[in-house]
Design a protein around this ligand. Structure first.
Ligand code: FE2
Ligand code: FE2
Length: 170
């Protein structure tokens, strides 16, 4: 059985992963209607990945005798100032998610829940990759400058780390 404290904090994470998915979906829609089809494609894929993160928590909790709760999500912004601005927001958000995952890791040690601790290791590595990939994108945006957004938009999908890399090696 999943301890109540662990169940609660995992349910909190379900909300955060689901919100991440909606936030990136909102960014995708903004980018698509602002002429950035490449950026939109990047965010659509990212939104799917976050939904998968949420599902991983749901499946894990239910499998361990807990109960995953699907919450209401806060409405994300629908407009962003610029591509640069949106990705700065993504970086801040991913740093928040990393801290959130780390809090759960710390609690699993406190509660001696080694199964959940093990389950979380995939997320720990995933956050390293996500932050690194957003920093690379921000570097490129800076290098190219505001006048070269056409080029950035054309090339952004080539910066995607295949999500397969984040999966445990088989
Ligand atoms: Fe995530
Ligand atoms: Fe993420």
């Amino acid at each position: 059985m999943l301890k109540k404290k662990i169940e609660d904090i995992c349910n909190r994470q379900i909300e955060r992963e689901g919100f991440s998915s909606n936030l990136y979906l909102a960014m995708a829609s903004w980018a698509e209607t602002s002429g950035y089809s490449g950026v939109a494609a990047w965010f659509y894929v990212q939104a799917e990945e976050e939904r998968i993160h949420m599902l991983k928590f749901i499946k894990y909790m239910n499998e361990r005798g807990g109960k995953a709760i699907v919450p209401a999500f806060k409405k994300p912004a629908s407009d962003f100032k610029s591509v640069d601005d949106a990705f700065n927001e993504v970086l801040k958000h991913e740093e928040f998610i990393t801290a959130s995952i780390n809090e759960i890791v710390a609690l699993t040690l406190e509660e001696k829940d080694y199964n959940t601790h093990n389950f979380l290791q995939w997320f720990v590595m995933e956050q390293v990759e996500e932050e690194a990939s957003v920093r690379t994108i921000l570097d490129k945006v800076r290098l190219l400058g505001k006048d070269n957004m056409y080029q950035f938009d054309r090339d952004i999908m080539s910066l995607r780390t295949p999500s397969a890399k984040a999966q445990p090696a088989t």
